[in-house]
Design a protein around this ligand. Structure first.
Ligand code: ADP
Ligand code: MG
Length: 216
């Protein structure tokens, strides 16, 4: 399946999620291709770190910030993989538009406090545009880097803001909390399943596991 992780806004965890999900699926024996459609190219950098460290299983990776290139390549190559994970971002991203014409599933991460109306509106408009030219496809927003402090209202506030766009992009019931393990794993092209975690970081594995069970 093709899974797109996108948000016009940066710093919301697109790369962190893309790499964790890609590596987690690879461990399950899936043939995975990570397509980095973000100009930044940080997912691609992470996967290259993985391959340079000879970590098995390997993950195929490409960097296609240009929409038409991404579209042609993904159309041509997708059947060679079980999972194609596409990351895209940036406000005028042609890669995002291209990915939305192909994807089976869209995940839009947000972090608490990251809500700026334009970001969600841009994404919603792109989703509408894509849905006008193709079959409907599931699209969900997800709260990432959620505050682990149970007394904080930040998570609730952010979910409420995200919910304003629920008609087009409903909010996933599940969230990923702020845990160094997600960041550390993704930085080296791995998933939290490949990391030795300190006791308080261990819930990261369950959080990712649950996300995978929702997506695949
Ligand atoms: N669940 C998380 N817990 C802790 N840190 C996170 C989490 N998700 C992302 N981060 C950190 O937040 C920053 C932005 O994440 P990144 O994946 O690069 O965002 P994007 O790709 O959307 O720009 C990075 O420093 C990353 O390590
Ligand atoms: Mg990124």
């Amino acid at each position: 399946m093709i899974l797109t992780i996108a948000n016009t806004k940066g710093g919301v965890g697109k790369s962190t999620l893309a790499v964790n999900i890609a590596a987690a699926r690879a461990i399950l024996g899936k043939k995975v291709w990570l397509v980095d459609g973000d100009k930044q190219g940080s997912s691609q950098t992470a996967i290259l770190i993985r391959s340079e460290a000879n970590i098995e299983p390997g993950i195929a990776c490409s960097h296609f910030p240009d929409g038409p290139v991404l579209r042609t390549q993904v159309l041509q190559q997708k059947d060679n993989y079980d999972d194609v994970i596409i990351e895209c971002g940036g406000r005028d991203s042609t890669a995002m538009r291209a990915a939305l014409t192909l994807t089976d599933y869209l995940l839009v991460p947000f972090v608490p406090g990251s809500f700026e109306v334009w970001a969600m509106e841009d994404v919603v408009n792109m989703v509408k545009e894509a849905r006008s030219i193709r079959d409907n496809f599931p699209a969900y927003s997800i709260l990432n880097r959620a505050d682990t402090n149970a007394r904080s209202k930040d998570n609730e506030d952010m979910v409420a803001a995200m919910s304003e766009y629920a008609e087009e992009i409903p909010v996933l019931e599940h969230m990923l909390y702020s845990r160094k393990a997600f960041a550390n794993a993704a930085g080296s092209g791995r998933s939290v399943f490949e990391m030795k975690l300190k006791a308080h970081e261990k819930p990261a594995k369950e959080e990712l596991e649950k996300l995978l069970s929702i997506l695949f």
